[in-house]
Design a protein around this ligand. Structure first.
Ligand SMILES: Cc1cc2nc3c(=O)[nH]c(=O)nc-3n(C[C@H](O)[C@H](O)[C@H](O)COP(=O)(O)OP(=O)(O)OC[C@H]3O[C@@H](n4cnc5c(N)ncnc54)[C@H](O)[C@@H]3O)c2cc1C
Length: 357
């Protein structure tokens, strides 16, 4: 019997893991705008230590040894095919949407490594640095810079009333105090007009003047669903740009289309470890359907409570667990040294289980 065709769109952790999990059970094609999978939560370390990205940028072909990779952007979906920007038309029996957040990063791993090198040069050249955005990206970048380059003057401007709004206020306050203790100037409820930059100074919405040699824009990225609004799935995209899924992670009203990861409308925080859980549940369900199993036997996904760790440099972190919020080297021990890179690589079958990194 001919193998069923499974097409996965999006090669972040959700798409990469489901493609890997299904590659010996179906004829799998992974479509990603990039030729590599990036461990996104390790990206800020790459800006202060570019060689770190050598392990966090993983060519799709190194873990997808029995599948096809199409390095192009998906632009349309019909009931039978996915169309890509490079003109490919890829037929599917089952489709998985895992397009997470839209990010304008280079298509090749080589160019992405160069980008980290350039960011690092920019940091090294500057005496003063402005970070715009106080979500996890801005806070983690401020942590990385202030620990590796303590002599730099760092200012962080955030439009909201507290940092890390995706988790609770206790974690926000702890992160704020930690940054202040490292001499980072934090300005809340202000935005920066980038056009205002002149002679080494930026002006904020409340008229404050910030002296800085350069800036990094760390504001939230939009969901990767704009393109879906012109496809057969347009009716399943909600007003926030998320794809509506049922308890089995199938796109609402569709028998053969699944969605996983940050793109879904599941009511929980958007985290990679949850995207991995989605991938494993959807893979299980796809294996069942591919082998003619009964739909009623499909696994269900239960949304998770809030749990997140935001690293603060190489040793410390602030963490929100279900019953407590912690800051310092205890949560840092879990995440901040290796940023889960060794763990993720092992999960993708790329490092032996004995590797202690
Ligand atoms: C600073 C920071 C720290 C974080 N720390 C953690 C952490 O410690 N632990 C944790 O679990 N989570 C963490 N997260 C969250 C985690 O990064 C995300 O939840 C996770 O990356 C979501 O994975 P995803 O596969 O759903 O989407 P993404 O990682 O957004 O991947 C989407 C993929 O789809 C591709 N794509 C998009 N549109 C198209 C298209 N039209 N055609 C083809 N390809 C397309 C993109 O190229 C990309 O490869 C952190 C996030 C940030 C910003």
């Amino acid at each position: 019997m001919e193998a069923k065709k499974v097409v996965v769109v999006g090669g972040g952790i959700a798409g990469a893991l489901i493609a890997k999990s299904l590659q010996f059970h179906a004829d799998v094609t992974l479509i990603d705008s990039k030729e590599y999978f990036e461990i996104t939560w390790a990206s800020l370390r790459g800006m202060v230590e570019p060689s770190f990205a050598e392990r966090s940028l993983i060519p799709h072909r190194s873990y997808l040894t029995n599948g096809h990779v199409v390095s192009s952007t998906a632009i349309n979906i019909t009931d039978t095919d996915v169309l890509t920007a490079d003109g490919s038309v890829i037929a599917y029996d089952y489709l998985v949407i895992a397009t997470g957040h839209a990010d304008d990063v280079p298509q090749t791993r080589r160019e992405r490594l160069k980008q980290y090198q350039a960011d690092n040069e920019k940091i090294k050249r500057a005496d003063s640095i402005l970070i715009i955005g106080g979500g996890p990206t801005g806070v983690e970048l401020a942590g990385e810079i202030t620990i590796d380059y303590p002599e730099k003057n760092v200012t962080l401007v955030h439009s909201g009333s507290r940092l890390l709004e995706f988790i609770g206020p206790k974690a926000s306050n702890k992160a704020l105090e930690w940054l202040k203790s490292k001499r980072v100037k934090v300005k809340l409820e202000q935005t920066v007009n980038l056009d205002s930059f002149s002679e080494g100074a930026y002006v904020t919405s409340s008229g404050a003047v910030i002296k800085a040699d350069c800036h990094f824009l760390c504001t939230g990225k939009p969901l990767g669903s704009d393109w879906l609004k012109k496809t057969v799935l347009k009716g399943s995209v909600n007003e926030f740009g998320s794809l509506k899924v049922d308890v089995n992670l199938r796109v609402e009203g569709r028998k053969n289309v699944f969605a996983i990861g940050d793109i879904t409308d599941i009511k929980e925080i958007k985290q990679g470890y949850l995207a991995q859980q989605h991938a494993l549940v959807a893979a299980k369900n796809l294996k069942l359907l591919i082998t003619g199993g009964n739909e009623s036997k499909m696994a269900t996904y239960k949304p998770s409570g809030v749990m997140a760790i935001v690293s603060l440099g190489r040793r410390e972190a602030v963490a929100q667990f279900p019953f407590t919020t912690l800051i310092g080297i205890a949560p840092g021990f879990i995440k901040s040294k290796d940023l889960f890179v060794g763990k993720t690589r092992r999960q993708m079958g790329l490092e032996p289980p004995s590797c202690g990194c």
